[in-house]
Design a protein around this ligand. Structure first.
Ligand code: SF4
Length: 168
């Protein structure tokens, strides 16, 4: 969920005009294994971006005003707010500032991109799912099966959220 702003909105979930079933039509098995992997910056996945709504939710959980939360925990890159990193680990990788002992310490108010992971527009091609997500995330292939409808709801939430990034 720590990510780049790379965006690809031309993926297979948007092919309803042709009524072609998406590659994940039978659902996908995924359940978070608590590895904390997706909360560490690496490769092209660099930031946890936050909208105003995300910051408001996090501020409330932390007993802060939104302005104070933003000052203490956020940075802005290319006009878009994102969470700060915590200290680098022994490999030089930087975790999200809210990752404590491989657990999210703000789980109840985690940002949208954290909640919708791994069902993002850019990860929902069969190739990206197999070559990128499944190799990186130990939750793929574990636990419950997410139905096509559930996956598309997450994709929709993520797309709506992406459109709001940088606007406040
Ligand atoms: S807010 Fe929580 S779930 Fe999101 S990257 Fe940070 S530690 Fe992980």
């Amino acid at each position: 969920m720590v990510r780049s702003r790379k965006s690809s909105h031309q993926n297979s979930h948007q092919n309803s005009e042709k009524k072609v079933e998406p590659w994940y039509a039978k659902g996908l098995q995924f359940e978070c294994q608590g590895s904390g992997q997706c909360c560490v910056s690496h490769g092209e996945y660099g930031f946890v971006y936050v909208t105003l709504k995300d910051r408001q939710n996090l501020a409330k959980l932390n007993g802060l005003t939104t302005a104070a939360f933003t000052r203490h925990y956020c940075l802005k890159t290319d006009g878009v707010f994102h969470l700060m990193d915590g200290p680098a680990d022994s490999k030089g990788l930087k975790p999200c500032i809210f990752l404590k002992n491989k657990r999210c310490s703000v789980y109840a108010a985690r940002p949208t991109q954290c909640r919708t992971w791994p069902f993002w527009p850019e990860t929902m091609t069969a190739k990206a799912w197999t070559k990128d997500v499944a190799k990186f995330c130990p939750g793929v292939g574990k636990g419950r099966v997410w139905s096509k409808e559930e996956i598309e709801r997450e994709l929709s939430d993520q797309s709506t959220w992406e459109a709001q990034l940088g606007s406040n």
